[in-house]
Design a protein around this ligand. Sequence first.
Ligand SMILES: [Zn+2]
Length: 467
Amino acid sequence: MSIQLYNTLTRKKEPLRTVETGRVKIYVCGPTVYNYIHIGNARVFVFFDVVRRYLKYRGYEVTYVQNLTDVDDKLIKASQETGRPVPEIAETYIGAFFEDMDSLGVERANVHPRATEHIPEMIEAIRTLIDKGYAYERDGDVYFRALSKEGYGKLSHQSLEELKAGARVEVNERKENPLDFALWKRAKPGEISWESPWGRGRPGWHIECSVMSRKYLGDTFDIHAGGTDLTFPHHENEIAQSEALTGKPFALQWMHNGYINMGSEKMSKSLGNIVRVKDLREEFSPRAIRHFLLSAHYRNPIQFTRETMEQMERGIERIDTAWTNLRHRMKASMEGPVLPETAKALDELTREFEGAMDDDFNTASAIGVLFEGVRMANELIGRDVVPRGTLQAVADWLNRYGGEILGLVATEAEEETDEQVEALIQKRQEARRRRDFAQADAIRDQLAAMGIIVEDTPQGVRWRRKS
Ligand SMILES: [Zn+2]
């Protein structure tokens, strides 16, 4: 069974294709760093973090590139409003972006190229497009002739008529055709700018991604992705420029994720109904946010509500409780093998998990399988006698699928908590030895408040989490 994915270009689910066998090259459009990101922005980054982890699990070598747009109209506007230079604003929000991503457990890309560090390459690409007749200069701006190449509209599946009807009614006499788009923008006085053959200016947003993806992934690469709102014009324009530039297909497959909705509207900065990752992290655990962002199939919208977030948090608590109890039971249990029925059930869960992920990366179903694993752990913990090997096999399964791939089982963080519990139990034992029962009871109450039940048995002290 191979991995199937929905390709926006063909509008079909198709087997994953790669230029090189065993290697997947992915480009995901990154943030424009003029503000904190909201959870609608974060969805694609968290989802692709899982895609990457899963492809690695499937044996692929993954090269993952995600750009940082550190110059554009929004940054210039923010600079004019605050009086801070564009590079300073960009630096602030690049830092904030990585802080958000790190907290959500998103691994860094292989490369996070910045637009401002690739200006010479962009100028070179624009010059080539002019030489080949695909672009023209007007008063210091350079535009791409959108219709100069066959197939414009193929990604967003729009006919020429639809494209024309959708073209913004704007008075720009410099453009030959309203569908043409800027490759280079002449600088207005006081704006950040670079020297070019067409005078001082800055690159357009679309050319940035075409140039940087080509530099790090080659003329043709495997998967290009982003939010569904990037399909047109951003990705459509990227295809037109790149294919005009190289004469080769640009990306083999295109993936686009759905919106996060607030009430009946999509979450977006322009509507002002956003929830920033930074703010949500103060109220909910990062893994609950991650759980939320993966809780629907990536192409479907997700509805944001406080109740849903609370439900996600309870899900994470269930995982943590099972994990802690499992580890504690392992310490207290006798050596022994994996029970055959457990081995069989785990194999079945693995097949279900792979089936979900192979089917266009259905994280919603994969999370469902993870919770079956949690139920299985709880059932075993509830038994009187379970061989250690059996508990270990379940712990390994949860760690691999729920931790390494989905990033929802936090094995390390829980070990810290375990250590805290062990230290408190140790203190309680010492208090009892000193016959300081008031102190011992106080510690017991403290543990109870943490959801820890302490049991004194003839073999010593045992503890478990309240489930
Ligand atoms: Zn892009």
